[in-house]
Design a protein around this ligand. Sequence first.
Ligand SMILES: [Zn+2]
Length: 154
Amino acid sequence: MPDSRQYKVFKIEQGTVIDHIPSPRGLAVFRLLSKNKNSLISIGLNFDSKTLGKKDLLKFEGKALSKKETDKISLIAPEATINIIKGSKVIEKRQMDIPEEIHGIIKCLNPNCITNIEKLETKFRVIEKKPVKVACHYCERNAVVVPDMVDKGE
Ligand SMILES: [Zn+2]
């Protein structure tokens, strides 16, 4: 399916399109952004993709995503691209920017980690980027980031 057709499926005038989310991560990405309750949101699942096999996509009408929101998305869908739409045209394409270090945002999976016992802010080193794999600064536990680790608040 060519890209142009996907944009016709639910075209938006102005807003943000998160494209190339590997299926089935689309709904997990949506849940991370569910604070945006007032936006008109379209969700597309299981589009054919040459690079990903199947991909999901999300469209937020009239919504510009914050840096923190983009950071969260990058952790569970590093392949995703952000398209900024104005006047029904893509005016900017952003690749995900995965930081070297992550503060807060995700929690450590080790129940004995000090960050879980003393409610410290978490700190992780990124050791792989696709998928995103992190090492806890405090207990050294390594983990591939899964949606359940990511904080859904702001
Ligand atoms: Zn830890």
